[in-house]
Design a protein around this ligand. Structure first.
Ligand code: FAD
Ligand code: NAP
Length: 334
């Protein structure tokens, strides 16, 4: 059933950025409505120990996000289990249409849609997705009890995925395209000292091979980046962990983006190229991409939205091209 709701502030996304924005906006009496999306809690729900969230020496990612949701709720934010499939930021109030059929109009909007796992784009990777090729060890690691698996990548995610997989797999082979990992030193040390882990340096995934019936991975072909030689590694599962891309499809062609889709914000703020629309977290951050920096940006976005709403008031019927004072001037992308 299609319904219409007008809200002062709509927050899209339920990671650290979205929930922090909701806490601040609720305390500012903006009566925020937060739409969670298909991954309530965001990226931290697919990891295990988080060891760099201040105040917690170690906390499970999903537990931290349950706590953030409860906090936003307790402050008075309305949290909606739905997904926004389109937005119109060309006129105010802004419009957001949800899968449930609800159309939101909003005086201001905070976008905190985060990032999604990147894939290599190989046909064989696509063919075995869900049949031995995965981008989430926490979700799928359990299926590889006593089996050999490979992880592709050299950043924090790849190393954490590899270490997590040692809980199930008999052997974990990490394949990295260079001879040096990008991951934090503490993680590198844990990986390199782990008896179940082998690292294959200077190799790229060339293809995944396997059986059709029952469908499943039997191994990978990896190519030496220096010599071009291809060799086989027999594994039952492959975890692609080569980074994340910003989830900005929703606002493609409506907001200024750069560096492969990151939403541009005015330096030192969360203001986007459309006054009244703010962006926070991994959606806009190609540098830090951490839970704590995302939460910090969520705070900034709520404070800026509050100030912007106070100065611009109810926006119904206004054209976004009008000069709007605070937030109207946007610096070009750096
Ligand atoms: P995300 O957490 O990406 O959340 C995005 C939210 O937007 C989701 O709730 C999603 O459902 C929602 N959404 C997307 N599209 C829509 C839509 N159209 N409509 C409605 N909602 C939508 N960082 C650390 O600091 N410490 C760690 O230990 C750590 N470990 C990590 C482990 C893994 C495996 C990964 C992948 C990342 C890790 N990170 C870690 C990075 C951290 O998770 C991110 O920096 C952080 O989650 C970004 O927060 P965010 O709020 O910007 O977005
Ligand atoms: P990342 O830091 O961007 O690392 C991606 C890795 O994949 C790099 O090693 C990169 O190789 C490799 N790669 C990229 N494209 C590739 C390709 N086409 N073929 C082969 N390899 C490829 O991504 P991430 O590890 O997902 O981390 C994302 C952000 O989340 C980071 O800011 C990270 O700090 C954060 N995070 C933090 C934690 C934590 O704090 N514990 C945990 C997970 C993630 P090169 O090194 O050669 O570029």
């Amino acid at each position: 059933m299609s319904t219409h709701r007008h809200v002062k502030l709509l927050i899209v996304g339920s990671g650290p950025a979205g929930y922090t924005a909701a806490v601040y906006a609720a305390r500012a009496m903006l009566e925020p409505v937060l739409v969670q999306g298909i991954q309530p809690g965001g990226q931290l729900t697919i990891t295990t120990d988080v060891e760099n969230w201040p105040g917690d020496t170690s906390i499970m990612g999903p537990d931290l996000m349950v706590r953030m949701e409860a906090h936003a709720n307790a402050m008075g934010a309305e949290i909606v289990s739905d997904h926004i499939n389109s937005v119109d930021l060309s006129k105010r109030p802004f419009t957001a249409v949800a899968d449930s059929g609800t159309t939101y109009t909003a005086d201001a909007m905070i976008l905190a849609t985060g990032a999604q796992a990147k894939w290599l784009g190989l046909p064989s990777e696509e063919a075995f997705k869900g049949f031995g090729v995965s981008a989430c060890a926490t979700c799928d690691g359990f299926f590889y009890r006593g089996q050999e698996v490979a992880v592709i990548g050299g950043g924090n995610t790849a190393v954490e995925e590899a270490l997590f997989l040692t809980n199930f797999a008999s052997k974990v082979t990490l394949v990295h395209r260079r001879d040096e990992l990008r991951a934090e030193k503490i993680l590198q040390k844990r990986l390199l000292e782990h008896p179940k882990v082998e690292v294959i340096w200077n190799h790229q995934l060339d293809s995944v091979y396997g059986a059709d019936s029952p469908k499943g991975v039997e191994g990978i072909n990896i190519k030496n980046t220096e010599t071009g030689d291809v060799r086989k590694v027999q594994v039952s599962g492959v975890f692609i962990a080569i980074g994340h891309a910003p989830a900005s499809d929703l606002v493609k062609d409506q907001l200024e983006t750069h560096m492969g889709g990151y939403v541009v914000t005015k330096p030192g703020t969360t203001e986007t190229s459309v006054p009244g629309v703010f962006a926070a977290g991994d959606l806009t951050d190609h540098v830090y991409r951490q839970a704590v920096t995302s939460a910090g940006m969520g705070c900034m976005a709520a404070l800026e939205a509050e100030r912007w709403l106070a100065e611009n008031g109810e926006t119904e019927g206004k054209d976004v091209s009008e000069p709007l004072g605070y937030g109207a001037k946007v610096e070009p992308a750096q």
